[in-house]
Ligand binder design. Structure first.
Ligand code: IMP
Length: 198
C-alpha cells in the first residue's frame, strides 16, 4: 500500500474518494498527519491554488498528496467568480450572498452560460500532475431545489431541466466537475499502482 494524503480540511471529501480508491492506496486526511491550519490559496488561478495547497502539504510531510480547487466561471462576467468563488460576496463565504451577487450581476444579460471547473493537483515523489473536470451549464433566473451546496440552486447543468440542487447526489456526482476530476485522478492512480506492482 502507498500512503497518499488528501490536502483538504473537509473529511467528507476524503471519505468520498476513499470509497472509490482501491486497496493499493492508503488514503489519509492531512489532519491525521497533524495539519489542521487553513491551507494557503494566494494564486490567481485554480491551477495555482491547487498546486499551492498540494506543495504546502508535500513540503511539510514529504508524503505523496493531492489538493483540489473549484470555481464557477460565468461567460458574461468574463470568468468571474472563478478563483474567488467561495468568497465572491465577502469573507464570510455566505452561499446566499454569493448567489445573489451572481444573479444581480447577470440581471438583463442575454448570455447566462457558465461552467464549474475543478482542478486537482497531485504530487508523487516530487513530480506534479494536474487533472481537470468541467461541468457546462447555465445560471438560472432564480434559485430552485434544496439539495447540494454553494451555487447549486442556480446552476443548471447542460442537458438537464433542473438545477444541481434538485438532483440526487449520485446523479450530480456522475456529471459534476468534481466527479469528473476525481475519476481522472483515480484512473491515473490505479494505473500507476498496477505498474508499480507488476
Ligand atoms: P472548493 O474549492 O471545493 O472549496 O469550492 C469553492 C467554492 O465553490 C465553494 O465555496 C462553493 O461555493 C463553490 N462550489 C464548489 N463546488 C460546488 C458545487 O458542486 N456546487 C456548487 N457550488 C460549488
Amino acid at each position: 500500500m502507498q500512503t497518499l494524503i488528501f490536502a483538504t480540511g473537509n473529511p467528507h471529501k476524503v471519505e468520498e474518494v476513499n470509497q472509490v480508491l482501491s486497496d493499493a492506496w492508503d488514503l489519509h486526511s492531512m489532519a491525521e498527519w497533524g495539519i489542521t491550519e487553513d491551507l494557503p490559496e494566494n494564486q490567481d488561478t485554480l491551477e495555482g491554488n491547487a498546486l499551492e495547497k498540494a506543495r504546502y502539504v508535500y513540503e511539510k510531510l514529504k508524503l505523496d498528496c493531492f489538493a483540489e480547487d473549484t470555481g464557477l466561471e460565468v461567460e458574461a462576467l468574463h470568468g468571474e467568480p472563478g478563483v474567488y468563488t467561495a468568497r465572491y460576496a465577502g469573507d464570510s463565504k455566505d452561499p446566499n450572498a454569493n448567489i445573489q451577487k451572481v444573479l444581480d450581476k447577470l440581471a438583463g444579460a442575454g448570455n447566462r452560460r457558465a461552467r464549474f471547473r475543478t482542478v486537482i493537483a497531485l504530487i508523487i515523489k516530487g513530480e506534479e500532475f494536474l487533472f481537470e473536470g468541467i461541468a457546462p451549464g447555465t445560471i438560472q433566473m432564480e434559485k430552485s431545489g434544496n439539495g447540494g451546496f454553494g451555487y447549486d440552486p442556480i446552476f443548471r447543468p447542460e442537458g438537464y431541466l433542473v438545477s444541481f440542487a434538485e438532483m440526487d447526489a449520485a446523479t450530480k456526482n456522475r456529471i459534476s466537475h468534481r466527479g469528473q476530476a476525481v475519476r481522472k485522478l483515480i484512473a491515473f492512480l490505479e494505473e500507476r499502482a498496477s505498474k508499480t506492482l507488476h
